[in-house]
Design a protein around this ligand. Structure first.
Ligand code: HEM
Length: 319
């Protein structure tokens, strides 16, 4: 028998064992493979389905860009969550493993932040203003995956609204803290402070699932896993660097690229916004107001006070 045949023989024996373990007959499965088609690229990645998922509500050309870029972003969020899930589940996690995973997540966020110009520069303002009314009350605010990324990244107390955080500590009941989750302050009507339909729809669909996730990640979110390391391991500078990068990417860089776009398309004087029943996005979106920080222990007091400020000044030319 040639060496190739020997290899095949070994593989067949292994397969036979595998199928036997499940009470299955290898010969029947091999016969099935005889007639099976080879899988082409387009079937493997379900391309035809993927390309039918863009369904604009208007004939305005740039609405296609708007939909597809949101879809691309959601796929990146899914890739990020895939990494976060592995961090949470990894047995005997090491600093090297965590560094590797955080590096991937940061890479995805950098791509998302850099590519936000597809939104900020890549659509005609007039077209955007026309089609956006057709998709109300939908808003990226309703992206549950974005919230899931946050829940899996930090201790839940850091997601409590800034004004309520002091009432709680790391041992507080998650269900109690969830009542004060930061996003309750968003998507409210500027003139009355009441919840918009956008917020109410989101809560109805996702509150239960997000709360359950918060409970599930209590001891296995990124920070909890980091704190599980020895003091020596926690002092790993590369690891600290990746954690700080993640904090900046999720809580400053991406939100500011997004905010800058909202300003470009939606900025009008406050009276106009109030008159059209606009939301409080200008008071809600900028990171310097909310100070969402995943890893407060890794920043100096000054860095926390200045959270989000230098970047926004630089990008929006505010002095
Ligand atoms: C022209 C492009 C965009 C504009 C003008 C815009 C505008 C806004 C506004 C005004 C809000 C505040 C909530 C509201 O009043 O509805 C918001 C929230 C949000 N948007 Fe966008 N958005 C754009 C693109 C995107 C994209 C591509 C994504 C990716 C999924 C996204 C994700 C989000 C998220 C996650 C929030 C909630 C942020 C938070 O709670 O801090 N947006 N957006």
């Amino acid at each position: 028998m040639s060496s190739l045949d020997k290899n095949i023989e070994e593989l067949v024996l292994k397969l036979e064992e595998k199928y036997k373990r499940m009470g299955q007959d290898l010969a029947s499965y091999l016969e099935g493979r005889l007639y099976e088609d080879y899988v082409p690229y387009w079937d493997y990645i379900h391309l035809d389905t993927l390309l039918t998922l863009q369904k604009p509500k208007t004939p305005i050309p740039d609405e296609h860009i708007f939909i597809m870029y949101h879809q691309v972003t959601e796929l990146y969020f899914k890739m990020i969550l895939h990494e976060l899930e592995q961090i949470s589940n990894q047995e005997d996690i090491t600093p090297e493993y965590l560094i590797e995973k955080l590096t991937r997540i940061n890479r995805y966020f950098i791509i998302l932040t850099d590519s936000f110009t597809v939104m900020s520069e890549g659509m005609e303002q007039q077209q955007f203003l026309e089609f956006r009314m057709a998709l109300l009350p939908a808003s990226g605010f309703q992206s549950a995956q974005y919230r899931m990324v946050e829940i899996a990244s930090t201790d839940f107390i850091n997601l409590v609204g800034k004004d309520y955080r002091d009432q709680f500590n790391h041992k507080s009941d998650i269900e109690e803290m969830y009542k004060y989750i930061y996003w309750q302050a968003g998507a409210t009507v500027l003139s009355t402070g009441e919840k918009t339909l956008t917020l109410m729809q989101f809560e109805k669909k996702y509150n239960e699932r997000l709360l359950q996730m918060a409970v599930d990640y209590k001891d296995s979110n990124v920070w909890a896993r980091y704190k599980h390391f020895t003091k020596e391991e926690q002092a790993n500078q590369e690891l600290i660097g990746q954690l700080r990068n993640l904090d900046l990417n999720v809580n400053v860089n991406w939100p500011l690229a997004h905010y800058k776009t909202a300003v470009k398309y939606l900025h009008r004087n406050p009276q106009d916004i109030e008159a059209t029943g606009g939301t409080n996005w200008q008071k809600y979106l900028p990171p310097r107001f909310q100070k969402r920080i995943f890893y407060p222990e890794l920043w100096s007091e000054e860095e926390k006070t200045e959270w989000g400020k230098s970047w926004v000044k630089q990008q929006l030319n505010i002095n």
